[in-house]
Design a protein around this ligand. Structure first.
Ligand code: PLP
Length: 482
């Protein structure tokens, strides 16, 4: 088996230098300066161990590698290992998926005002829970609840880690050991772990399903109400749509029924937009204000979906119910940190100037970006992309449709533009397209597109000016792979 005799092996092992000698060598000084002695020592030990193991393996190729090993190669191996180990795991990517609010890519991008506020909050003490008027302990919700109420017409508000937390907390505080009436058409699962029936049981509430998947009537709710009922709940179907022979009962019908029986209506709005998107020609979604006005006693929604802010869950509604929610022990476990509040406040402030919203609120700017603008970007990026990939692929700029994402308006699409890469020979190119998708994903700043209909599609809606320049520079610098 072995290609080396024991004497050869001994000779090889003798070539492995001592750790101390290598560490003391001149070329290792900058590495120790950059990463510290401990990390360099560990990386060096790993490299030398790997070297010894391959020497002992008796494998001819490995032995050749060992024979060829020299100080420069050892240094390169250690430097590469340290660089990889110390690189940030959370990396910027180019979102060319065509989904603006992409949950896996971090949803909403925040405006500069939020960036500045977060930087300040990170580096300076703040009145997070300190009442500056009285010099006594304050409540972190007080920093933004006025603003939220102003923008939604609600009496009171509180904020937690995300919308799933908002729903869990609301049900825990108001419906534990009681029943919650929900239409069967609204028992949705939103992205894996968030399922209404599961959240319900986690909160200790009993789900009382009414109606059918496609049709639920007011009398279904009415007949379900009993002495144990705590809430009537409505859930935005978010990521699915039913069409055809359907009927759902609106909040304006459910609310009078609930109120006549002394019950409350809770609405999980999901995306929860604060403005009428129809104004900009986007598909209409019920706003939080309309939902409150229609009679909802509580409304829960996400901070990082259509609102365009940081990850958060907002609960707005009746003062007495919000007070009860805030007293529940889970509120403490689900509360937001100062960075979230710092990022959210400037976003909410932007809504006070609705006429500038499409310019200043990143999410809305991306959603309303004119197709012509995206078309022009596609023309500028096209030559750089064609140059970066090999001749087996051909790039074309083509119209396509973007999605809003994050469960908002699942069936509606926005006219967009992008680059479409197909096989030059007209073949389907399954594995070649996968290889190209991987090549783009492995770039310094990964480019994330999607494969559909035998083509790799890069929707340029979310590629704004600075990113466009960076992408073109990265593509041009790319060594051609063949
Ligand atoms: C998105 C969504 C959630 C979950 O919100 P997160 O902020 O992601 O926790 C809950 N309910 C509905 C209806 C949703 O659309």
């Amino acid at each position: 088996m072995s290609d080396v005799s024991s004497s050869e092996l001994r000779a090889l092992m003798a070539r492995v230098p001592s750790v101390d000698k290598v560490l003391a060598s001149e070329e290792f000084v900058p590495l120790i300066g950059a990463y510290g002695r401990t990390q360099v020592l560990n990386a060096l030990r790993d490299a030398l161990d790997a070297w010894r193991i391959s020497a002992q393996s008796g494998d001819a190729a490995a032995n050749l590698a060992v024979r060829a090993l020299d100080a420069a190669q050892l240094h390169a191996t250690v430097a590469a290992a340290l660089l990889a180990r110390n690189a940030s795991r959370l990396r910027s990517v180019f979102n060319l998926t065509g989904t603006v609010l992409h949950t896996n890519l971090g949803r909403a991008l925040l405006p500069d005002e939020s960036v500045r506020a977060v930087m300040t909050a990170l580096t300076q003490p703040a009145n997070l829970e300190f009442d500056l008027a009285t010099g006594t302990r304050g409540d972190r919700d007080d920093l933004i609840d006025d603003l939220i109420c102003e923008l939604t017409g609600a009496e009171a508000a509180t904020i937690v880690n995300n919308n799933a937390a908002a729903v869990l907390l609301t049900l825990s505080a108001l419906a534990a050991k009681k029943e919650v009436v929900v239409s069967r058409g609204e028992l949705v699962e939103i992205g894996g772990a968030f399922r209404i029936p599961d959240i319900m049981s986690r909160a200790g509430a009993k789900l009382c399903e009414v109606g059918t998947t496609n049709r639920t009537h007011l009398k279904d709710y009415e007949q379900a109400i009993n002495a144990r009922t705590a809430l009537l709940m409505k859930v935005h179907a978010s990521n699915y749509a039913i069409s055809g022979f359907t009927k759902e009962v609106g909040i304006e019908e459910i609310a009078p029924l609930a109120h006549a029986r002394g019950l409350a209506v809770a609405v999980d709005l999901g995306s929860g937009t604060l403005v009428d998107l129809g104004e900009w020609g986007l598909p209409r979604e019920p706003t939080v204000r309309e939902t409150v006005a229609a009679g909802a006693d509580l409304v829960t929604f996400s901070g990082d979906k259509l609102l365009g802010g940081p990850q958060a869950g907002l609960i707005v509604g009746r003062r007495d119910l919000i007070a009860k929610i805030k007293k529940h022990p889970l509120k403490r476990a689900l509360r937001v940190g100062k960075l979230t509040l710092a990022a959210l406040e400037p976003v909410l402030q932007l809504y006070r100037v609705p006429e500038k919203l499409t310019e200043r609120l990143t999410t809305l700017r991306l959603l309303t970006r004119p197709a012509k603008d995206i078309h022009d970007a596609a023309q500028r990026v096209l030559p750089a992309l064609q140059q970066a990939i090999d001749a087996r692929y051909t790039v074309a700029a083509e119209p396509m449709f973007s999605q809003i994402g994050s469960g908002a308006l699942p069936v509606d699409v926005l006219p967009s533009y992008g680059l479409v890469v197909r096989m030059t020979d007209g073949k389907r190119g399954g594995r070649h397209l996968l290889a190209l998708e991987k090549q783009l994903r492995e770039m310094a700043r990964p480019v994330i597109g999607r494969i559909a209909d035998d083509a790799l599609r890069l929707d340029l809606r979310c590629l704004e000016a600075a990113d466009e320049a960076q992408l073109i520079a990265q593509l041009i610098a790319q060594p051609k792979s063949n």
